[in-house]
Design a protein around this ligand. Structure first.
Ligand SMILES: NC(=O)c1ccc[n+]([C@@H]2O[C@H](COP(=O)([O-])OP(=O)(O)OC[C@H]3O[C@@H](n4cnc5c(N)ncnc54)[C@H](OP(=O)(O)O)[C@@H]3O)[C@@H](O)[C@H]2O)c1
Length: 334
């Protein structure tokens, strides 16, 4: 069995979910991919806190120790621009496959990071960065590659959708609903990114780069969040047979691309209106395939770790083969 050592950067909601999934799926992964994953090092802020499934000697809070020489895959689940950006760049320069769910980093520096990956023969997996457990990155990259995408409309922020659902169904205030979403592990560490619409904008930038081949700067997205939405506005919309959702939209206008994030009232039967709680829904219109609707859980440890692990398994294919990787003495012994 090929052992593959992972440097795990971040062991919070998603990182912890990945550790659990690696343990629960060990036998399945061994059977399907012929590998056994092992944690080489786990970077966290607070090494004194126990992390389920991680032996304490693997933990470090030192960025310069986070990616030991024998790490073969780097999984970045820190969030934010730094130190995530510095570590991802260093890993790519070493030619290591990197997997990240960090849409903020990709939205700001995606073009540069993919160029760096290409220059160093490294791969950069990012399925977990948008859509959580919904394999939308794979769909846009693979199956839809031959289509000209005309538009994309999506509910991409699970936290906002949980808040809007709770406010509408349970009559909660915005503050109460936000607290509930944070306690359930849906909200980003900085909830302002979620409720202000910026997290959805980052995801839209990432998906648009795939769909339209153009890295739009996040500052070019017209963004309005849900902070000003009131229970009354939701009740009024409901009385009119409509639902309110935070909609991320990318629309071609000739050669131009218009990106926006804003609360929008939709007919109840609209696919985006059917997104409940942390569900994400992405409606893609391609010139040949027509309209496609992707849906599933878009946030939380399990769905996001699922997407990350899928990328980690893909990254195995890019690793040197066992013979090339083993020290010569071991090859003789074997
Ligand atoms: N949560 C979701 O549902 C979700 C969904 C999709 C994508 N994502 C993305 O996944 C990534 C991780 O999100 P998360 O929700 O798992 O975040 P989180 O719960 O805040 O976890 C972050 C982890 O990184 C560690 N960390 C952060 N800054 C560090 C630093 N400067 N030095 C050392 N360690 C540091 C933290 O250490 P401590 O544990 O010691 O604090 C923690 O273990 C983000 O890019 C996020 O956007 C999250």
């Amino acid at each position: 069995m090929r052992r593959v050592r992972i440097a795990l950067l971040g062991c919070g909601t998603v990182g912890g979910g990945l550790v659990r999934l690696l343990a629960a799926g060990r036998e399945r992964i061994a059977a399907s991919h012929g590998v056994e994953f092992e944690l080489a090092r786990v970077l966290v802020r607070d090494v004194s806190r126990a992390r389920e499934g991680v032996s304490p000697e693997r933990l470090t809070s030192r960025v310069d120790e986070a990616m030991p020489d024998d790490a073969e895959i780097v999984v970045e689940l820190l969030g934010g621009l730094e130190p995530a950006g510095t570590l991802v760049r260093a890993a790519l320069r070493r030619g290591l496959p990197v997997v990240t769910a960090n849409k903020a980093l990709l939205a700001e520096h995606g073009r540069e990071l993919f160029a760096l990956a290409r220059a160093n023969g490294a791969t950069l997996g990012f399925e977990g960065s948008a859509g959580g457990g919904v394999p939308i990155v794979r769909a846009l990259r693979g199956g839809l590659a031959g289509n000209r995408i005309e538009s994309m409309e999506a509910v991409l922020n699970g936290t906002c959708n949980v808040i809007l659902t709770r406010m509408e169904q349970d009559g909660m205030s915005f503050a109460e609903a936000l607290r509930g979403a944070q306690e359930a592990g849906f909200a980003e560490a900085d909830a302002g990114l979620d409720v202000g619409g910026h997290d959805a904008a980052h995801k839209l930038v990432v998906l648009s780069a795939l769909a339209f081949g153009h890295w739009a700067p996040p500052s070019s997205v017209n963004v309005r969040g849900i902070e000003a939405v009131t229970p009354q506005a939701l009740a009024d919309a409901r009385a009119r047979g409509r639902a309110l959702r935070l909609v991320a939209s990318a629309q071609r206008w000739g050669a131009a691309l218009e990106l926006s994030v804003a609360p929008r009232e939709l007919p109840r039967e609209h696919p985006l209106a059917r997104a409940a709680m942390e569900q994400n829904v992405i409606v893609v219109r391609g010139d040949t395939v027509g309209e496609l609707v992707f849906t599933g859980r878009g946030a939380g440890a399990g769905p996001t770790a699922t997407a990350v692990l899928g990328d980690v398994c893909d990254a195995v294919a890019a690793l040197p083969r066992l013979e090339a990787w083993m020290p010569p003495a071991m090859m003789r012994a074997g």
